[in-house]
Design a protein around this ligand. Structure first.
Ligand SMILES: [Mg+2]
Ligand SMILES: [Zn+2]
Length: 197
């Protein structure tokens, strides 16, 4: 089985600068749950890897975060999809943890728990830190232009960007990336360009 890792806010559901603090604020991006269902039908294991510093910031409790994630699993199920696991970092930017992206702790945990190699695994995110963490574990950084994605694309084009635009591939949203992936359009040439094979 193949694996795909997804960021949550800005990839699966609409992001908010005010954080997603309740089940009601969790609103799926059009086509994202259907894309997860398609991936599931094509034997991809879908795993969510998400920074949730709102917990450390006291904006919502772990219990609320679990409620929101459970709601996401249920809504995904209704569309015929399956999210196999949700990994999250509850810490803040100043906690010095090893899990908050761009740190790679969660990705290494996924690799250990699922007994997989991260090399070449697509990691879909809308923020620079998703792409950096993916890059640093040798995964395939995929930028989607939902959530903070458009801003991130601009940052990638700057000289002082931690990653170059050539090191990522970018798509309009999770649905368009899924279509390209399943159509085999992420061919050898693209992976070679990214230095993955
Ligand atoms: Mg995000
Ligand atoms: Zn953490």
């Amino acid at each position: 089985m193949k694996t795909i890792l997804l960021d949550r806010d800005g990839v699966i559901n609409q992001d908010s600068d005010e954080f997603i603090k309740s089940v009601d604020e969790w609103v799926p991006i059009p086509g994202s749950l259907e894309a997860i269902a398609l991936l599931h039908r094509h034997d991809y294991r879908v795993v969510v890897v998400s920074n949730q510093s709102g917990v450390a910031r006291g904006l919502f409790s772990l219990e609320t975060l679990n409620d929101i994630n459970r709601h996401m699993l249920v809504e995904t199920r209704k569309k015929g999809g399956l999210i196999e696991a949700v990994f999250f970092c509850p810490h803040g930017p100043d906690d010095g943890c090893s899990c908050r992206k761009p740190a790679t702790g969660m990705f290494r945990d996924v690799a250990t728990r699922l007994k997989i190699e991260m090399s070449g695994v697509p990691v879909v995110g809308d923020s620079m830190r998703d792409l950096q963490a993916a890059h640093d574990v040798g995964a395939l950084p995929v930028l989607v232009r939902t959530g903070k994605g458009k801003q991130t694309k601009k940052l990638l084009e700057k000289d002082d960007s931690p990653l170059s635009i050539d090191e990522v591939i970018d798509f309009k949203n999770l649905a368009s990336f899924t279509d390209a992936l399943l159509a085999g359009e992420l061919d050898k040439t693209m992976l070679e360009r990214l230095g993955i094979i």
